[in-house]
Design a binder for this molecule. Structure first.
Ligand code: FES
Length: 204
């Protein structure tokens, strides 16, 4: 069995091990913007950990240190929050992080069989990453979409009412499926752009 630990979604997971690490200028700008929206810096911790995960691929002890230093919070507080929530990766993950809910609602509708199916298909166990660092498979607690069980999450996207056939389709077309889902998450065009549209039409 493979057991290799993969690279982060943005291929920066190994940077999670770097010491003395720092956020990029872009990440810092996002964090500063966040700070203006919350009365207390503590309240930014969850979204800042998300930014850190995007930036470094996973939340290593060095990343916790970087977050604590940047926000001026005690490292123990950052560690406590980062290790409490399953949405923060505690070790490097593959490009596509598959998290299957195996809580009671999904379990009753076959989630455990689906985990086994995925494990067999990817030739890994739950908790492992494929040698090509493309997929990581994990079991997680309730994803909050029990009405659509069984459910899995791949990176930021939910896939509901799962069947083996649906899993086959998703994995077969993973690049296209994820690109399409990513597109859906894009923010709408800025107001200025929308206002320009009618003028452009008149001029045509
Ligand atoms: S039990 Fe699976 S989403 Fe809630």
């Amino acid at each position: 069995m493979y057991g290799a630990e993969g690279g982060g979604r943005k291929g920066r997971s190994q940077e999670g091990k770097r010491s003395g690490m720092e956020f990029s200028a872009e990440a810092k700008a996002r964090i500063e913007k966040l700070k203006t929206r919350y009365p207390e810096v503590q309240a930014t911790l969850l979204p800042v950990l998300h930014i850190a995960q995007e930036e470094f691929g996973w939340i290593s002890p060095e990343v916790e240190e970087c977050v604590a230093k940047y926000l001026g919070l005690p490292p123990t507080q950052v560690h406590g929050v980062a290790t409490f929530y399953t949405m923060y990766n505690k070790k490097p993950v593959g490009k596509y992080h598959i998290q299957v809910c195996t809580n009671i609602g999904c379990s009753l509708l076959g989630a455990d069989h689906l985990v086994q199916y995925l494990a067999k298909k990817l030739k890994i166990h739950a908790g492992e990453t494929t040698p090509d660092k493309k997929f990581t498979l994990n079991e997680v607690e309730c994803l909050g979409a029990c009405g659509f069980a069984p459910v899995m999450q791949i990176n930021d996207h939910y896939f509901e009412n799962l069947t083996k056939e649906k899993i086959d389709d998703i994995l077969k077309n993973i690049e296209a499926v994820m690109a399409e889902r990513d597109k859906e998450l894009q923010p709408p065009a800025p107001e200025a752009e929308k206002e320009k549209a009618p003028e452009q039409e008149q001029g045509e």
